[in-house]
Write a protein that binds this ligand. Structure first.
Ligand code: PLP
Length: 389
């Protein structure tokens, strides 16, 4: 059976050119970048080339990029690094109710250590109000962390507006841009952010590598990892050279292909959304209708369970998701959809399709047909629908 993969927000396949670029760094060029002989120096040069590519993707300087093990570590490092470096100045952090668990759980961890966290609500489309950020800032506020775009519903947050507010207030601003870097234009100067998290496996690079952008001149973060002097003593540990090289290549490809991909994916996404809403009754789009990621479709389908739809579609070779990958396996309703005001049963009946580089129009047609028949079959057995009639 041919499979149709529509879960690119969970992870993307490694681009063949990325893999090709990585392979020599497992074999011939295996040196440790911290060594002084040529093997090491060649590996070091490859890491520095990758740093320049990743920096270029977000319009940053190479020295502002610290390589990490992925988006989760970047988020943890940003929040904890700022918190511990500034605890004499203040103990207040502002974030939103719809952040990824990598931010929300780090906030909980910091609360147990004396920090105070404000979690701002969102409107029914998942948007944060910049004015609410302004009102929440106090003399004790040391950091605002708001994601660039939401991984579940694809809503793109007003980061540049929030950036202006935090800059005027003299408060550091972090954004989790794991779902946006390489997908939509992400420029640290236009967004006025001081810290920005990225992850390679969301942009056709390998898993287990990411980066944190740290704006020059904004003070030092307390390091998260302790050991050697790698990454200018900001992140200890021998560099994941093949991973970093792959991340660099993925960033280079993303920069080249972004304008064309944004157009192509937006058209595919809009077709998927309009066909589902037209052909399947009692369905609603979640997230902002316009300010949304080009590849994200998140729909609530009444009277059916997201898990049942996901498993039925899987039997037809279609991979979708009922929320973020991190929460699959648990039956907790998505915190994002609940924060947007959906009821528990509506949140449970939601399905996310995130499109990618190799999805075609033909695949989208197949998904619409399969989803229509799956929903009809599940609804014919649904106790939710029987209770309604
Ligand atoms: N932040 C967001 C918005 C994400 O979507 C994810 C992964 O799904 C992460 C952080 C975590 O990234 P990683 O899987 O690289 O740890």
């Amino acid at each position: 059976m041919e499979r149709i993969y529509l879960d690119h927000a969970a992870t993307t396949p490694v681009h063949p050119d990325v893999l090709k670029t990585m392979i020599p760094y497992f074999t011939d060029n295996f040196g440790n970048p911290s060594t002084i002989y040529s093997y090491g120096q060649e590996a070091k040069a490859a890491v520095e080339d990758a740093r320049a590519s990743v920096a270029a993707l977000i319009n940053a300087e190479p020295e502002e990029i610290v390589f990490t093990s992925g988006g989760t570590e970047s988020d943890n490092f940003a929040l904890e690094g700022v918190a511990y470096a500034n605890e004499k100045r203040g103990n207040h952090i502002i974030t939103s109710a719809v952040e990824h668990h990598a931010v929300l759980e780090t906030c909980k961890f910091l609360e147990k250590r004396g920090f105070y966290v404000t979690r701002l609500p969102v409107d029914s489309s998942g948007l944060i109000d910049p004015d609410a950020v302004k009102k929440a800032i106090t003399p004790k506020t040391i950091l605002v962390s708001v994601m660039h775009a939401n991984n579940e519903v694809g809503t793109i947050e007003p980061i540049a507006e929030i950036g202006k507010i935090t800059r005027e207030a003299g408060v550091l601003f972090h954004t989790d841009a794991v779902q946006t870097t390489g997908h939509i234009p992400t420029d640290v100067h236009e967004l006025e952010v001081d810290l920005l998290s990225m992850s390679a496996h969301k942009l056709y690079g390998p898993k287990g590598v990411g980066a944190l952008y740290i704006r020059k001149g904004k003070g030092r973060l307390v390091p998260f990892m302790h050991g050697g002097e790698q990454e200018k003593r900001r992140r200890a540990g021998t560099e994941n050279v093949p991973g970093i090289v792959g991340f660099g290549k993925a960033a280079e490809i993303a920069r080249e292909e972004m304008p064309k991909e944004v157009k192509r994916l937006t058209a595919l996404r809009d077709r998927l959304i309009s066909c589902i809403l037209e052909r399947i009754g009692n369905t609603r789009l979640n997230g902002h209708p316009v300010r949304r990621l080009p590849n994200n479709t998140n729909i609530t389908i009444d009277f059916v369970e997201g898990e049942s739809m996901c498993l039925s579609l899987d039997m037809e070779g279609i991979c979708a998701s009922t929320g973020s990958a991190c929460s699959s396996g648990s039956l907790e309703a998505s915190h994002v959809l609940l924060a947007m005001g959906l009821r528990h049963e509506q949140a449970h009946g939601s399905l996310r399709f995130t499109l990618g580089k190799w999805n075609t129009e033909d695949e989208i047609e197949q998904v619409i047909t399969a989803l229509s028949s799956t929903v009809a079959r599940l609804r014919s057995m649904s106790p939710l629908l029987k209770n309604k009639s």
